[in-house]
Write a protein of this length. Structure first.
Ligand code: I22
Length: 262
């Protein structure tokens, strides 16, 4: 057997060995698809990031959502953070490479958004910092990683950990996973479009302690029934908005799940 053939056989046998355990862990993608469809259909956004080969995968995913997977549908908001080259280089230059995603999460992330991080090792510091930033702004975190346990898997809300010791195989199954995720999003969209739109699009959580522009304060509005579950910690800078109140306060962990059909 020549070298080319042994590389071929070695690679394919590594891929084949990972498929059965991958099949089990990938079952979670159907639920992720429903949650992501709900997020996107209610004005939320997907933020995605990775380094190197995983950056290309993250960018592939956002392209499927902003464009389309297969059939025509409305475009959805999805940003690959590493592809923001001027922001990436400026933040890297001014704050260090560990901050390149975290600062963008603080800038773009809103409640009801999802951050999907891709990493073969699960140890990249800039991704771990991005999770910390997501906690601050109430964005839910998912990760595609290599084998668990790993640090990124530990800190995210959910993880798809590809059970292969080969980072190339991990990346290849991440590509399968992002395609599946988009398939599940497209499947779920007709269903979630029928649900009441309870989320406020693009709303940043802001601590609010003073009076509203109209003169009333938040507890008075809540007592008057201005919005079910109104939460003064979830008010935006323009006054009360009952749609943005989730009743979870500032826990930063999955607080964007209000009404989500998970
Ligand atoms: O594509 C590959 C290896 O397959 C490389 O470019 C790889 O993505 C880079 O070394 C990354 O920096 C690895 O980061 P991570 O996957 O461990 O988070």
């Amino acid at each position: 057997m020549n070298d080319a053939m042994s590389a071929l056989d070695g690679h394919l046998s590594g891929l084949a060995a990972a498929l059965v355990p991958y099949r089990r862990t990938a079952e979670r993608l159907a639920g992720w698809g429903t949650q992501l469809a709900w997020t996107l259909a209610t004005g939320g956004r997907l933020l995605a990031a990775g380094n190197g080969g995983s950056a290309a995968e993250a960018q592939h995913l956002t392209a499927e959502l902003v464009g389309k997977l297969r059939d025509d549908r409305e475009p959805y908001s999805a940003i690959a953070l590493h592809a923001e080259t001027s922001s990436l280089t400026a933040i890297g230059n001014d704050y260090g490479y560990d901050e390149v995603f975290a600062r963008q999460v603080r800038a773009h992330g809103r409640e009801n958004d999802i951050l999907l991080l891709m990493s073969t090792s699960g140890t990249s510091t800039n991704l771990l910092r991005a999770v910390e930033a997501a906690r601050e702004v109430g964005v839910r975190c998912w990760a595609f990683t290599g084998p668990a346990p790993n640090p990124l898997a530990e800190v995210c809300d959910d993880v798809l950990a590809v059970p292969s010791p080969d980072s190339q195989v991990v990346q290849e199954l991440h590509l399968v996973s992002l395609h599946l995720l988009c398939e599940y999003v497209d499947e779920a969209l007709p269903l979630v479009r029928q649900l009441p739109r309870t989320a406020a699009p693009r709303q940043r959580r802001v601590e609010f302690t003073g009076r509203l522009p109209g003169g009333a304060d938040a507890p008075a509005l809540a007592a008057a029934g201005s919005g079910p579950g109104i939460n003064r910690h979830a008010l935006n800078g323009h006054g009360a908005n009952g749609h943005g109140a989730n009743g979870h306060g500032g826990n930063g962990h999955g607080s964007s799940r209000r009404g989500c059909p998970s």
